[in-house]
Each structure stands twice: as C-alpha cells, then as structure tokens.
Design a protein around this ligand. Structure first.
Ligand code: DSN
Length: 419
C-alpha cells in the first residue's frame, strides 16, 4: 500500500492529495449520512484487486471471453452467498448500482408506458422509483402513494385504494428515507388483489435484514433489489434477488440488456461482504445500528426537535426543521461547519424544492461501524441541537466543533490501511 502511495505522490500529486484529503476528512468528521458506511479494509483491497483486469461478459459457464474460470468461481460464490444470506431462489450480483438493479427489473417485467406504483420522494421514495427527472419517470406511467399527512406513516388502506383505481403492473415498496418498518405482507396482499408484481427496494435496510434487525421482504416479494454499500457495509454496487420464475428474464435484462462487462473486482468484494454479514459480529452491528438510531432520535426529540413520524424503527430518521426556522440546506451547512455530515432531505409533502428542503436525514450505520454506542448518540444529539440552536453564536459553534473533533479522534477508522 505504502508503495503505491509513494508512486502516486510523485506521478500524480493532484489525485494523491485528494485521496489523502478524503482519508483525513473521513477520520475527522462524524458521518451521519444514512446511506454511507466504512467498508472494511478487506473490501477496499479486493475492490482494488487484479480482478479489475478481467472481462467476463455473460454469466458463469456462459461467458463471451476465455480465461473466465476464476471469474466464474467468484461470481458463483457471490450469487450463492447472496441467496443463502437472504434465503432467496435467484440472485444476480452484476448490477453496478441500486438504480441499475431497479432499471434491470423494470426492463425485464415492464413495457414502456406500463403503470408502476411507488412511494413518492418526499414520503421517502427514491429517484429511480419514477421521479420525473429519472428514466423511470420518463418511460413509465407513475402513480405514487405517500405517507398519511397526520401520522407520517404508510396507510395501507389508502395504498390499496390507489392500487385498485390505477391497476399498476408493478408495485414498489421501500425507498431511501422512510424510517418505519414496512408491512411487506400487506403489500403482497395489495399486489395480489390487483395482479401486480411486487418489488421491494431494500437498498437502505438490506444490512439490517441480513443482521436480523429488520423483517425480511423475501417471503413476500417477487423481486428484491439492493445496494451493497449502505447498511450492508460492502463495496459500492447493487444486486437483485428474485423468485426463480423471474430469474432468466432478470439476468438477460442486466446483461446484455442494461450493462456490459461485470466488475469482477466488485463482485468478489460483494461475495466477501455477503460472507461477513453471516457472522455474529455483523448481527450485533445491525442491532446496534437500530438502537443507536432510536437513541439519537429520542435525544433530539427530548431536546425539542421534531422527528418525522415521531421516531424510527430502522437506521435512519428525518428531522423537520420548520419549527427551528431553518431549511435543510442551512442545517446541512451548519452541521458541516462543526464537522458533522448529514444530508438535506424532504419532509413529507415538503413545499420546499429538493435542493433546499425543510428536513435533514440522519442515519447511524457509519458511526456504529466506527464503534459508537448509545451513550455517544446522546452526546451527539446534544451537539447537533446546540449547533442548530446556537447557529449565530461563533463561540458556541467552535466549542461544538472541538467536541466533535474529540469524539472523532476517539474512534479512528482505517488505522491499518492507507486510503
Ligand atoms: N443516494 C442514496 C441515498 O442517499 O439514499 C440513494 O440512492
């Protein structure tokens, strides 16, 4: 590792400096971005391994290049481990991202113009679930369900009524900022009532499912998509799990439908990530991610902040900042100035544009991986509250920043590897 950095420093100092800068940033800041994590060193190394050299278009045993015997072995292991970990009948581990996993599923099961029904973005959905600016919103007729305005949780009677009126071909459950458990069985019943396919996008909570800290959608969904780099703590990428009957179509949709050559280095890292997720220590991590989120949300609520839906059952929650008189963008910037990273996020039915918003999303996977426990969440909750409340007080902000830096120093990451 040292060797490559020395080489880079001499041959490409601009990239070297950016890399070292990112290492220092990750060490120095407290990361509460719900979709991020710290991949273990073994995952970083495999992602940077010589498997990056190999073209392996196709699938194990059916490649379009010679010399794929080890690529086959890697992909078979990754597929089998994904199926074993989640109890699924079919796995495709080639999608480069969660959005490409979703795209592949849509292309395999839908025709342009078909109706899809998904959670709207401000309720917690995702761009690839039919946002107007996304391919999914351009190719399909999209109908949304949202959370109830009062409770801010999903209302299954309303979802059923929309499904019966709109007759979608595909229903998507899951998203990127819904903090409550989703009743997959109810979604199954709704899908059956209108003969729709049920797809669950578990990109955010798949690590919690693997660690048994969240119910599994597998028994109820026809297809499940995910990423590997969020709560699952693997390399950046996506995968698809499906009932056997959809397997062939989905595989053809990923390759050659949507992608070319698979990233074999990333697939090897996915295989390792799936194995890591079977271990007892991963289960402890997943349980603590949820506990930490609950403790942090409770602390902020007891400090007077408004948590959307009143709390969380998962790794994340959204804070409604309207009572504090600041926007999500402002809060993101204030917290960044004290070395805490969060992201601005719409609150349900948010009147503000998505690049301003009235909320911030807070998640605990990264700080839990870093080794923090509920007592640190209490401490962080007070620091966040002080920073937002005393945003015009430079002395108070400097004090919070120094406390955050002290906390970050107590939980070093990546001691034994270079970036
Ligand atoms: N951008 C991811 C997130 O932050 O949730 C979803 O793709």
């Amino acid at each position: 590792m040292k060797g490559y950095l020395e080489f880079l420093k001499r041959s490409d100092p601009e990239i070297y400096e950016a890399l070292i800068g990112e290492l220092n940033r990750e060490q120095a800041k407290i990361n509460l971005i719900a979709s991020e994590n710290y991949a273990p060193p073994v995952i970083l190394k495999i992602t940077g391994s010589l498997l990056t050299n190999k073209y392996a278009e196709g699938y194990p045993g059916k490649r379009y290049y010679s010399g794929c015997e080890f690529a086959d072995r890697v992909e078979e292991l990754a597929r089998n481990r994904a199926m074993g970990l989640f109890g699924s009948e079919h796995a495709n581990v080639q999608p480069h991202s969660g959005t490409q996993a979703n795209m592949s599923v849509y292309f395999s099961l839908l025709k342009p113009g078909d109706t899809i029904m998904t959670m709207d973005l401000s309720s917690g959905g995702h761009l690839s679930h039919g946002a107007k600016s996304n391919f999914s919103g351009k190719l399909y007729r999209v109908v949304h369900y949202g959370v109830n305005r009062e409770t801010e949780v999903l209302d299954y009677d309303e979802i059923r009524a929309i499904a019966e009126a709109e007759r979608p071909k595909l229903i998507v459950a899951g998203g990127s900022s819904y903090s409550r458990l989703i009743d997959f069985e109810k979604f199954r019943q709704i899908a059956d009532a209108v003969q729709a396919v049920l797809m669950v996008d578990m990109a955010h909570f798949s690590g919690l499912v693997a660690g048994e800290a969240h119910p599994s959608p597998i028994p109820f969904a026809d297809v499940v998509t995910s990423t590997t780099h969020k709560t699952l703590r693997g390399p950046r990428g996506g995968f698809i799990l499906a009932r056997a009957e959809h397997g062939e179509k989905i595989d053809a949709s990923v390759f050659p439908g949507v992608q070319g050559g698979p990233l074999m280095n990333v697939i090897a890292a996915k295989a390792v990530c799936f194995k890591e997720a079977t271990k007892p220590k991963f289960k402890r991590y997943a349980q603590e991610v949820v506990l930490n989120a609950r403790v942090l949300a409770d602390k902020l609520a007891s400090n007077g902040l408004r948590i959307v839906s009143g709390g969380t059952d998962t790794h994340l929650f959204v804070v409604d900042l309207r009572p504090m008189g600041i926007t999500g963008k402002e809060a993101q910037e204030i917290l960044d100035s004290v070395d805490i990273n969060v992201n601005m996020n719409e609150i349900p039915y948010d009147p503000a544009p998505p690049n301003i918003t009235n909320g911030i999303r807070i998640g605990t996977p990264a700080v839990t991986t870093r080794g923090m426990h509920p007592e640190h969440m209490d401490f962080l909750g007070d620091l966040i509250t002080t920073a937002l409340e005393k945003r015009h007080d430079a002395m108070a902000l400097a004090k919070v920043r120094s406390e955050v830096q002290g906390l970050a120093r107590s939980f070093p990451i990546y001691h034994e590897v270079s970036p």
